[in-house]
Design a protein around this ligand. Structure first.
Ligand SMILES: C[S@@+](CC[C@H](N)C(=O)[O-])C[C@H]1O[C@@H](n2cnc3c(N)ncnc32)[C@H](O)[C@@H]1O
Length: 330
C-alpha cells in the first residue's frame, strides 16, 4: 500500500500514530484472527463468523494490518505474511506472548506513565499499578504465566548460542540464577552431558520448569537471590542484572560473591550498549526502567557494578545475537 502525499504522512505523524501498530496486533491476536489464519487463507465472512467479529470493522482492521505488512489479500481471501505468521502462538520465533504482554492493561498503564520514571528515576509500573513488578507477577498468575511464557520463547531464541561461544568442559557444576523455566540451562546441559546443573528462581517459577527430560542432570531450587544463591563452578545470570537499578544489582552480585571461591566464574548474559546500539536495545533499556527501574548498560557500567560488588570483569564474549557473555570472577 502506497502512502499518498499528505500533511499527515510526514515522519513525525507516522511516529505519533505508530502506537496503533501494537493495538492492531493485539486485537488480531486476542480475537483469534491470527490462529484462524494459521493453516491458510480465509474470507471475511469465514473470519467474522469463526471469531465472532463485526463485519464492518473487520476489513478495516485487516486493511490497516496489510499496511504494516502483516496480512495480504487476494480475491477476498486474507492470509498472514511471513511477519504476520509470527503472531501465531506456536510458530518458531513467535512474538505472540510479547504482544499479549505489551498489549495488556498493566503493561500499557506502566508505559503510559513513562513521565513518572523521567521525573523520579523510579519504576513507572510500580507507580501506575500500585506494587513492584515482581510482586505483581507473584500475585497475578495470569500475567506471571504470560511473562514466563515470553521468557521461555525469548530464551529459546538465544539458548543454543551460549554453549557455542563458552567452554564449560573444565567445570562440573553450573547454576542458572533467575533461570525461569530452565531453557538456557537445558541447552548448556545437553551440550555438556557430564555437567550437573541447578535451576534457581522464585519457587512459583521453578515449579513450572521444563527440565523433566534431563532430570538426572538437574536439581531444582526455589529461593531469593537477594538472600543467597547455590554454589557451583559456574554461576549464570541471563537478563537478571538489567532488571534492577544499580544499588539492587550490586546487592545481587554481592549475594553471588558469597557463593563464589577463587575458581568460580560468574557469567552475566546481557545486552551491552555501545555507540552503535540500534533501536531494539534502546527500547529494552527504557522498558527495564518502566517496569522495574532497571536499565541496559555499557561495558564500563557493568565493570563498575562488578567492581563495587568486589568482583572483576575478565572478558566479554559476543554471540550471534544481541546478547553478550560477560565473564567475571573474584
Ligand atoms: C527477566 S527474567 C529472566 C529469566 C531468564 N534468566 C531468561 O533470560 O529467560 C528475570 C527472572 O528473575 C526471577 N527473579 C526475580 N526476582 C527474583 C528473586 N528475588 N530471586 C530469584 N529469582 C528472581 C524472575 O522470576 C524471572 O524468572
Amino acid at each position: 500500500m502506497q502512502d499518498q502525499p499528505s500533511p499527515f504522512n510526514n515522519e513525525i505523524m507516522k511516529l505519533v500514530t505508530s502506537f496503533a501498530h501494537l493495538q492492531v496486533m493485539s486485537a488480531i491476536v486476542e480475537t483469534g484472527i491470527s490462529e484462524q489464519l494459521k493453516d491458510g487463507p480465509a474470507s471475511l465472512q469465514e473470519l467474522s463468523e469463526c471469531c465472532n467479529l463485526d463485519a464492518g470493522v473487520l476489513p478495516r482492521v485487516l486493511r490497516y494490518a496489510s499496511g504494516i505488512n502483516l496480512i495480504t489479500s487476494n480475491n477476498d481471501r486474507y492470509q498472514l505474511t511471513k511477519s504476520g505468521r509470527l503472531l501465531i502462538k506456536d510458530e518458531p520465533d513467535s512474538i505472540y506472548d510479547i504482544i499479549v504482554l505489551m498489549g495488556s492493561e498493566p503493561w500499557q498503564k506502566a508505559w503510559n506513565n513513562l513521565s513518572h520514571s523521567l521525573q523520579t528515576g523510579e519504576s513507572a509500573f510500580e507507580d501506575a499499578v500500585g506494587m513492584p513488578f515482581f510482586e505483581y507477577t507473584k500475585k497475578h498468575t495470569k500475567h506471571a504465566d504470560i511473562f514466563d511464557d515470553w521468557m521461555t520463547v525469548e530464551s529459546q531464541m538465544t539458548a543454543d548460542l551460549i554453549p557455542e561461544v563458552y567452554d564449560f568442559s573444565d567445570c562440573e557444576s553450573i547454576c542458572d540464577i533467575g533461570g525461569s523455566r530452565g531453557i538456557l540451562l537445558k541447552s548448556i546441559l545437553q551440550s555438556n552431558p557430564d555437567l550437573q546443573g541447578i535451576l534457581f528462581d522464585k519457587a512459583e517459577v521453578v515449579e513450572n520448569h521444563e527440565l523433566n527430560d534431563i532430570k538426572r542432570q538437574v536439581d531444582i531450587r526455589g529461593g531469593d537471590f537477594f538472600e543467597s544463591v547455590p554454589r557451583a563452578d559456574v554461576l549464570i545470570m541471563k537478563h537478571i542484572i538489567h532488571d534492577w537499578k544499580d544499588e539492587q544489582a550490586v546487592q545481587i552480585l554481592q549475594t553471588c560473591k558469597e557463593s563464589m571461591d577463587d575458581d568460580t566464574r560468574l557469567l552475566l548474559i546481557e545486552r551491552v550498549l555501545d555507540e552503535d546500539t540500534g533501536m531494539s536495545p534502546l527500547f529494552f533499556d527504557l522498558h527495564m526502567q518502566v517496569m522495574n527501574a532497571g536499565k541496559e548498560r555499557t561495558a564500563d557500567e557493568f565493570e563498575a557494578l562488578l567492581q563495587e560488588a568486589g568482583l572483576s570483569l575478565n572478558q566479554i564474549i559476543p554471540t550471534d545475537s544481541p546478547v553478550m557473555v560477560l565473564e567475571a570472577s573474584l
